[in-house]
Structures are given as C-alpha cells and as structure tokens.
Ligand binder design. Structure first.
Ligand SMILES: C[C@H](O)[C@H](O)[C@@H](O)C(=O)CO
Ligand code: MN
Length: 417
C-alpha cells in the first residue's frame, strides 16, 4: 500500500493539494448520525411502535431491526466501528428507555434518556435530540403546533418544552451543546384556505416554547422547513420562508434537509446565502429520489456539490452535519455505514480540491482552466486516499466492510424476530 499511497499523494501535490492536511481536517469533523435508520423510525414507546401519519414515510421490512434500546445500542456500536472518526448520535423522543411503561409525549423527561446519556458517555459519543411530533393520535388531524384546537396545541407545546429540557440535559452531561431540531408534519393534502391562520398559530406556539430560556452552553435550537410531504402535498405550515424568517428573527439555527425542496432545487446553493445572515446551520444529509424518499446517501452529484460548498465557503466547522435517511429494505447497519461513509467521502473529496487555484482561474476570467481542473480532479486516485484514511483511523475499507456487515447480520440480526 505504501507506494500506491505515496503515488496518490504526489498526484494531489502536483495540483497544490496537501493530502495530510486534508485528512487532518477530516479527522476533526463529526457527523450527527441519526438513530432512526436502525428501526425504520419506529421508536420504543410500545413493543410494536411504527412510523405513521402524514409528511413522512418509510418502506421495507428487511428482517433484524432493533426492537429495544439495547439492540439499538448494539447496532449503533457496530455501525460506529465502521466509520472513520468520532461521530455524534441524533436521538428522537420516541427512543426513550421507557422500561415497558406508557409514557406519553407530554410526560417525557431526562430520566427516560439517562441510560442513553450514560451509554454515550462511556462510548465518547455526543448526543443531539429531536422532539417527535408524528406517529401519535394527537397528530392525526395533520396539525400539531399549528392546530386550531387548543388542547392539541398545548399537548405538543408541552412535548417540545420537555424535548428541549432533555436536550439541555445531554448538553450539560457532555459538556458541550446538544442540538435540538424541531420538525413538525403540519400540513394538508388538499387546499387550505386559512393558510395565514395556521402559520400565525405556529409562530406563537414556537415563541411560547422558546420563551423557556435554557443555557446556551447546553443547547442549540434548530427549526426544519419542508416544501411538501406525502399527505401534505398542498400545504405545509413550516415552509422554507416561514422558518427562514423565524430563524433570522429569533436567532435559531435553520435546518436544511436535502429532500425538503423542489426536486430540482439544491441546498448546496443555499449555504452561501443563509450564511450571510446566520452564524450556524444544521443540515440533514439525505437522498431524495423523485420525492422526499430518504434513500440511503450515496456519493452522488448532490453530495459532491453540498460538501464542496461547505468547504469552499469556509463554513464546514460551523455547520452541524446531521444525517437523515431510513430505508427498511436492506441491512440497516449496512445502510447506515454506506450513507455515513458516503457523506464523509464527499467531505474528503471537497477537502482535496485545489480551491485557491480554481478561485484564481475564476478571478482571472480563465473559465476553461477552472472547468479543466474541476474535471481533472474527478479522476485523481481518490479511492486510495480514502482507503488509507480508513486504515489510519482503525476501521475497514469499503471492500472489507461489506463482508463484515454480512457477518454481523448472520451472528446478530438473524437471531431477531
Ligand atoms: C425523523 C426526522 O425527524 C424526520 O426525517 C425529519 O427530519 C424530516 O426530514 C421529515 O421529512
Ligand atoms: Mn430531516
């Protein structure tokens, strides 16, 4: 390997790129890996909890999904062992350790997440959190925080407040901020005439939630917009304009999910726009296929563009990079590993770009030089650098990972009902 790696490094050095420096930068980047790929967004409120309601959907029934916190932790440990670097965990409120008791969403507290926090401390993993505003009878009308029914609204406001308290608890325990992301499914299949009414109610509900001041050393608040969902095709209350305005006026993080815009719209181009006004943002790295389908992330053009934009803009370190995909049709640990590794590869590819040279060509008006160098970079020996990085970080190469995941399936997942 030594010689091939040396050759690869020289290939990059020839265009002014220092591979060691790029790997050093990559080592410091943590993805916030979502827990919900492990069980198709079911959660542990009841033994048979399943994702339901509008705005979000999962397909597939591949055997071996995690059915309780212990199984999920085991799968997470396996998945983290396949990722080079140290990464965070993003939990949802439905994943509490409820110990077989019925705990409704307006009753959850840090006590239900203590075993997660202890486990994360042992593993050296930092936690992020999300309130869960779906898969619940109180969300059946299609409206939660923007509902005109005061009882429904109050229920979800209480849930959000408690979710933020759990987030702050994580932040305190881990000694650095935990990100609380808020996504609600609110919207409607068909035309809504009082669009203004629901948005005004949502704004007021959010203001009530964030009125509760929590220590900024422990929590960061993010709000996630969406264009449309299955079952909310005609109207989504928390649209891009709504949350962009909210984040700007209330100093919140804006969460940009790759699947939450028009299919031809890329969030890569939004980075340099929103960073003119915001200090930090949250991303949900996903792969929409024709709709917000949350396919497993692969190293496709959208990922190249997004990561290039983060690196080129100098904002890679102020951006919380969360993952958000869930596919129940394949080995779930493999899905996690492929998606997270593809995201890291995208970042590495961007870090290996001769940006100053490209920028110089651009400023000189040498558009041919810019185009030719961008094309040249696509066939540099990137895979050799990636493999070496995996080895240096004590994990497996892509080739080795495949059989390792299948062995875990045989040894562990096949035993599950
Ligand atoms: C489970 C997540 O909270 C959810 O995917 C949300 O982030 C989203 O993107 C809904 O479409
Ligand atoms: Mn999302």
């Amino acid at each position: 390997m030594g010689n091939i790696y040396e050759y690869a490094k020289e290939q990059y050095a020839e265009v002014g790129v220092d591979v060691k420096d790029a790997l050093e930068k990559l080592r410091k980047i943590s993805l916030s890996v979502h827990c919900w790929q492990g069980d198709d967004v079911g959660g542990f409120e009841t033994p048979d909890s399943q994702l339901s309601g509008g705005g979000i959907q999962v397909t597939g029934n591949y055997p071996g999904k995690a059915g309780n916190p212990d199984e999920l932790k085991k799968d997470l440990e396996k998945m983290y062992s396949l990722l080079p670097g140290k990464h965070r965990l993003n939990l949802h409120a439905i994943y509490g350790d409820f110990k077989g008791k019925k705990v409704d969403r307006n009753e959850i507290g840090p006590e239900h997440f203590k075993t997660w926090s202890d486990w994360a401390g042992e593993q050296g993993i930092k936690l992020d959190f999300n309130g869960t505003f779906f898969s619940h009878p109180m969300a059946d009308s299609g409206f939660t925080l923007s509902s005109k029914d005061e009882k429904i609204r109050e229920f979800w406001i209480e849930h959000a407040k408690r979710s933020r308290e759990i987030t702050a608890f994580f932040g305190k325990e881990q000694g650095s901020p935990s990100v609380h992301n808020l996504w609600i499914p609110d919207g409607a299949k068909d035309q809504v005439v009082d669009r203004m009414g629901h948005r005004t109610i949502l704004k007021n509900s959010l203001d009530t939630i964030y009125d509760q001041k929590l220590d900024g050393r422990h929590i960061r608040d993010a709000v996630e917009c969406k264009l449309f969902g299955i079952g909310s095709e005609s109207y989504v209350v928390g649209s891009h304009e709504f949350y962009m305005g909210y984040a700007l006026s209330r100093e919140k993080l804006l969460c940009l999910d790759m699947g939450h815009f028009h299919p031809t719209e890329s969030i890569a181009d939004k980075i340099s726009a929103v960073y003119q006004y915001l200090d930090e943002i949250l991303l949900h790295v996903s792969r929409p296929v024709r709709w917000d389908s949350d396919h497993v992330v692969t190293l496709n053009d959208d990922i190249y563009a997004l990561m290039q934009e983060l690196v080129r803009s100098g904002k890679i370190n102020s951006t919380y990079i969360g993952l958000d995909f869930f596919d129940g049709t394949l080995n779930r640990i493999g899905a996690w590993a492929v998606g997270a590794r593809a995201s890291l590869k995208g970042i590495l590819f961007a870090l290996l770009e001769p940006y100053s040279q490209l920028k110089a060509y651009e400023e000189e008006g040498n558009n041919f030089g810019r185009l030719a160098l961008l094309e040249e970079m696509k066939s540099k020996p990137f895979g050799i650098i990636w493999d070496e990085y995996c080895r240096e970080m004590g994990t497996l190469t892509d080739r080795e990972m495949l059989s390792d995941v299948l062995s875990y399936e045989k040894a562990e997942l096949a035993e599950r009902k």
